[in-house]
Design a protein around this ligand. Structure first.
Ligand code: GLT
Ligand code: MN
Ligand code: MN
Length: 389
């Protein structure tokens, strides 16, 4: 019998080359795994059942490659994609690894660095489009400061906006079928990063010349680093039509960017996230921006990748079970009971409505006495997740 948690193309599970290709280096220790080539990583992803592979320009083409080397690498990569059927839904630029970006890319205080960052991104957009990407991510890892003595934050916002407007015009000029997704992170590697949460990004997008081309790419770990409820941030993006992409992983609250396997730490919040994405029909990639523990060899990397997808599918099944659970649904119906008597006060404003509402009397104490039964509802949820329902 087929495994019911088998990943299928319609699940749109993707991994970055940098995720399964992570070699286990950390700030204190050397790599623990030998690097694999992009082609080898495509075959690894195909073996575990992924649908797609994403990359930074330099995950695929080294920063100092000659044009001839670039063409050979791209041709080999395309062949691996053809052989395996994997697709490239998303691409992005490495604007953080090279020492040139030590003070940022689009927000660097050095105009030559800013211009170089824009040039690098234009080339990387071409590369992504050549391989079929429809979403292009911007993660401003170096766009920040250690000390605010060093950079004016208003100037930095303006530089960032000018760069994004330039890229939107470039995509329109070229006729590319490409949209941008901005990924927030509060800190690391910079002491503080601008536009530090998904909420900041959503507000920034509305100030661009082409907001319709730009959405967000929220990441679990990054919002948890900021102590936020990830599901709420994703809901805000989804509700406003701005959830273009998502980076799934996990993270203990209060830690650095751990990029753990999806669902590894916070099963319950992962459940509500999957339920949100599924209930509201999010149809973009489910991208796992995470990596295996440093203790693992490549068999462990496959365990990691399979685990991300399997946990997602199990939680998807649990969400369907939750939606079909008679006791839970009866409780929800009771909690949300509505006799329609207040309908006349909701919806569009009118002076008459405001007048009538001001005249309505409410028994505040009686309303406050009502028990909401949330303890019961949450315990039912926990028992469902623990597998005893
Ligand atoms: C980097 C970062 C991720 C971003 C990637 C996109 S690179 O690994 O930690 O969160 O999504 O640039
Ligand atoms: Mn991360
Ligand atoms: Mn990410």
């Amino acid at each position: 019998m087929a495994d019911k948690y088998q990943p299928m193309p319609e699940h749109k599970f993707t991994f970055g080359l940098w995720t399964v290709g992570n070699i286990g280096r950390d700030p204190f220790g050397e790599p623990t795994r030998e690097p694999l080539s992009p082609v080898e990583l495509v075959y690894l992803l195909s073996e575990v059942g992924a649908y797609g592979v994403n990359f930074h320009d330099n995950d695929l083409v080294p920063i100092d490659a000659t044009p001839a080397e670039r063409d050979k690498i791209v041709a080999d990569f395309k062949k691996a994609l053809d052989d395996t059927g994997l697709v490239v839904p998303m691409a992005t630029t490495n604007l953080f690894g090279s020492a040139v970006f030590k003070d940022g890319a689009f927000t660097s205080n050095d105009p030559k660095v800013r211009a170089y960052a824009i040039q690098k991104t234009l080339n990387a957009i071409d590369l992504g489009v050549e391989l079929g990407a429809k979403i292009y991510v911007f993660w401003p890892g170096r766009e920040g400061t250690e000390s605010d003595a060093t950079k004016d934050p208003v100037t930095a916002i303006k530089r960032n906006r000018e760069a994004m407007n330039f890229f939107c015009e470039y995509v329109l000029d070229k006729g590319y079928d490409l949209r941008f997704a901005l990924e927030a992170k509060p800190n690391e590697p910079r002491g503080d990063i601008y536009n530090s949460t998904t909420g900041h990004m959503l507000a920034f997008i509305e100030t661009l010349d082409h907001p319709e081309l730009v959405g967000v790419n929220p990441e679990v770990a990054h919002e948890h680093m900021a102590g936020l409820n990830f599901t709420h941030g994703v809901a805000q993006a989804l509700e406003s039509g701005k959830l273009f992409h998502i980076d799934l992983n996990d993270q203990s609250f209060g830690r650095y960017d751990q990029d753990f396997r999806f669902g590894m730490v916070n099963i319950k919040s992962a459940f509500f996230l999957v339920k949100l994405l599924e209930d509201y029909g999010y149809d973009g990639s489910r991208h796992f921006d995470a990596h295996a523990y440093r203790t693992e060899d490549y068999e462990g990397v496959k365990d990691f990748a399979r685990g991300c997808m399997r946990t997602y599918l199990i939680l998807k099944e649990k969400a369907a079970q939750w939606n079909a659970d008679k006791e839970i649904q009866a409780l929800l119906a009771e909690i949300n009971a509505d006799d329609g008597s207040m309908d006349k006060y909701f919806g569009a404003y009118s002076a008459d409505k405001a007048q009538a509402l001001k005249a309505q009397s409410f028994d505040r104490n009686a309303l406050a006495k009502r028990g909401m039964q949330y303890e019961r509802l949450d315990q039912l949820t926990v028992e469902l997740l623990l597998g005893v329902r």
